[in-house]
Design a protein around this ligand. Structure first.
Ligand code: NOJ
Length: 755
């Protein structure tokens, strides 16, 4: 131990620094000296990232990790946390290896570590990037106190296919929203200075295009034009790189026929050369090994592909430690390439300050003070409230009047298990506040009616698929008929019914693709029976993706989308249901009418034969309309907002200039509320076809009843740029429509000429 401290201390002398350029120079010197002392095997060992602990998110588990750490064959581990567990492994690395190099400790801290916030798709629905950044700061604080250095977040994959279960993990379908949220999260996690003990290394994933898996089936092929890639799918990754993200994770899919993990164009030409990324690239779980399944080579060949493409760290495959020594000896891989990869990993450790203090930020005292403290629990509730989207509300069904007799019906009314959703890291669902306990807490002494109504799912085969991964779906001892009968009787005694339904959490997330996006059949049957009682029915949804809700929309009085809202879900939903909070969320993914419309997204291209119901040969379906059920940007409030016409400070925009587009927003209802004001453009004529609308700005505005405010957006030529057919980032003169409104279907527009 003494020897270690001496060694680390000696190196830290070099690490002492005062400003950024000299900090970089010091880091270079430090890392170069270290690399010079390393054997080839030790360098390759740094490139190995096995999993330890209990969370298996792939087809295989790492073995004998502790021995490998002692043998200098591990650069970092993931899936373990707590001060004790982390200290134990870190001590092994810094006392029992020849060079005492500390480990990087990673984990999927996706929407909270122990305090859980709404799932990312719910957070995106807040359109509140300042809030999202505050959450990332709080998450980093908590996770770093629990021994972690590195989160595999944010996931910034554009997702336009709700069959893909992982839409729950990202910000939805839009490149602009995606980029804004990506930046907020990276800045929140890293705070521009990883030496602060309460920060985490962020990891942009999954690079790239993972959200475009064909047919929404996880791990499936992607194929798209470079134009679509550059204009629609790459912006959030690029924005996150520009915001300073320190690591990038490769995706499972192929791009132009080459798996991302072995794609040199992607990882080196685009990411490093064009975008200037200088952080570390890690693979996804066993992604190197999976290249054998993709059919691009045997074990040695895919290893060679990955390292030469630009991968630095191998998550779980262990192909690097198995194959790289021989590949270097055979001259297939240059030692300089290994050095560069090793350097990036050591630099990450250096930036985190691990050479100064391998136990950075970890102490039981700090953990006790930071984990689930009052501030974080309050933030979790604030986020949950702001993430909730009122999809429909007829005849003021919501907010509820507590003096009425209200029946809460559904398997999620008293549920805690599902509230924290998938990828809830170290979150403990037992600490989540159920809707029922929040009601009891808020209205002590008040009687609400309750019936379970149905099981979450009655499909035994599906239950058997979900349960092995923690689904914990246990059918009620009563028959579905008994549950239903009790629910109907309960509803008949009430003035208003609140049905609390959705997807069990395992039905969204990784490896949770669906071909049918309806509520499970047993829940639909319950809703139909409740509707038949003639009572007003409000549906509270808990789910991880846009569902197909046409029947629900046509027959129910109100629909409230609450996602999996996290630790304080019940409190937040209660506040919204009873009007103590006014819903202000707006969806960032289109809700289709049915799965046949998928992929459906607001920023699509024009067709040469636009929809015309009276003309046969136009772009449409025989059995459904083209419009979705709920468009991107949609979300209601308990108050009403009215928009003035769009005003322009000038109708002509010149190079280097800017003009202002404004609306006056009025709260014309009777409650205070917040509105997400959205700016869209449409480039009327281009050298390539342009989308019908593209989001280019948004502001969240709080107004008292009767209050008006002018909302301004600066329009610059930069805002109108796009990648042309030669992939040049450019503007083209001509007319643009500028829309400002409350959702992507707004028709409130003015015309701007770009000279
Ligand atoms: C696989 C997932 O695709 C990725 O998002 C995650 O970070 C890794 N497993 C590690 O758990």
């Amino acid at each position: 131990m003494k020897k270690t401290l001496l060694y680390v201390g000696m190196l830290c002398g070099l690490a002492a620094c005062t400003n950024r350029p000299s900090q970089e120079a010091e880091m270079d010197k430090f890392v170069s000296r270290l690399i010079n002392q390393m054997t080839l095997e030790e360098k390759i060992g740094q490139l190995n990232l096995p999993t330890v602990g209990f969370d298996v998110t792939g087809p295989r588990m790492s073995e004998a990790v502790e021995q490998k750490i002692k043998d200098g064959l591990v650069g970092g581990v993931f899936n373990t946390y707590t001060p004790d567990a982390v200290r134990k492994l870190q001590e092994m690395a810094v006392t029992q290896t020849r060079l005492h190099i500390p480990l990087l400790m990673g984990y999927d801290v996706i929407h909270g570590h122990r305090t859980i916030y709404p799932i990312p798709l719910g957070l995106a629905a807040t359109w509140d990037t300042a809030l999202i950044r505050r959450i990332a700061v709080a998450v980093a604080d908590e996770a770093s106190a629990d021994g972690l250095h590195w989160t595999f977040s944010p996931m910034v994959d554009i997702a336009r296919d709700p069959r893909w279960g992982r839409v729950s993990e990202g910000a939805g379908e839009d490149p602009y929203v995606g980029a804004e949220i990506a930046k907020a999260m990276v800045r929140g996690y890293e705070q521009g200075d990883l030496r602060k003990q309460n920060t985490l290394l962020s990891c942009i994933k999954h690079f790239a295009l993972y959200g475009a898996a064909e047919a929404g089936r996880d791990y499936n092929t992607t194929d798209m034009s470079r134009l679509r890639m550059y204009n629609e799918y790459l912006p959030p990754y690029k924005a996150a790189v520009e915001a300073g993200a320190s690591s990038v994770m490769t995706s499972f899919n192929e791009i132009d026929g080459v798996p991302a993990t072995g794609n040199r164009w992607l990882l080196t030409d685009l990411l490093r050369r064009q975008w200037g990324f200088d952080g570390l690239v890690v693979t996804d779980y066993t992604a190197i090994a999976e290249m054998e399944n993709h059919g691009v080579g045997n074990k040695a060949q895919v290893t060679e592909l990955a390292i030469n493409a630009g991968v630095d760290m191998d998550m779980v495959s262990e192909y690097f430690i198995d194959e790289l020594p021989a590949l270097v000896k055979a001259g297939r891989v240059k030692e300089a390439v290994i050095d560069a990869a090793c350097r990036r990993i050591l630099e990450a450790k250096y930036k985190l300050g691990l050479f100064d203090d391998p136990y950075r930020g970890v102490s039981k005292e700090r953990a006790a003070a930071q984990i689930m403290n009052a501030e974080k629990l309050a933030l979790s509730k604030e986020a949950a409230v702001k993430s909730i989207v009122l999809l429909k509300n007829d005849r003021h069904t919501l907010p509820l009047d507590a003096s009425k007799k209200i029946a809460f019906i559904g398997p999620l009314v008293k549920d805690q298990r599902n509230l924290i959703g998938n990828w809830s890291a170290a979150g403990d669902w037992r600490q989540a506040v159920s809707l029922w306990s929040a009601l009891e807490n808020k209205f002590a002494g008040h009687t609400f009616l309750y019936a379970k109504g149905c099981n979450l799912i009655d499909d035994a085969a599906l239950r058997d698929k979900l349960n092995p991964h923690g689904g914990e779906i246990v059918p009620d001892s009563r028959s579905p008929q008994q549950l239903l009968a009790e629910a109907v009787q309960t509803a008949r005694r009430a003035d208003v019914v609140v049905a609390v339904l959705g997807e069990p959490f395992g039905m969204s997330g990784e490896a949770a693709s669906r071909t049918n996006l309806d509520l499970p059949a047993t829940q639909q049957a319950l809703l139909k029976a409740l509707k038949e009682t003639g009572k007003p029915v409000a549906l509270v949804l808990m789910n991880g993706r846009p569902l197909t809700l046409q029947w629900e929309h046509d027959h129910l009085d109100a629909i409230l989308e609450t996602w999996y809202a996290g630790t304080r879900a019940g409190d937040a939903i209660t506040d919204v249901l009873f009007g103590d909070a006014n819903p202000s969320g707006k969806i960032t993914m289109t809700y289709p009418l049915n799965v046949g419309q998928i992929p459906i997204y607001y920023n699509h291209k024009h067709t040469g034969r636009p929809f015309n119901d009276k003309e046969k040969y136009t772009s449409k379906y025989l059995d459904a309309g083209n419009e979705p059920l709920y468009p991107f940007g949609h979300g209601l409030s308990y108050t009403q907002f009215t928009y003035s016409a769009v005003q322009l400070s000038d109708t002509t925009l010149t190079a280097g200039g800017h003009i202002t587009a404004s609306v006056t927003l009025t709260n014309s209802g009777s409650r205070a509320g917040e509105e997400v004001v959205q700016l869209y453009i449409c480039d009327r004529v281009g050298s390539i076809t342009r989308p019908v609308k593209e989001l280019k700005g948004f502001q969240k505005v709080a107004l008292q009843p009767g209050e008006s405010r002018q909302v301004d957006f600066a329009l610059t030529p930069d805002l109108l740029k796009f990648y042309n057919a030669d992939l040049q980032w450019t503007t083209e003169p001509g007319d643009f429509w500028v829309f400002i409104g409350g959702s992507s279907v707004t028709a409130n527009k003015a015309v701007v000429l770009l000279q």
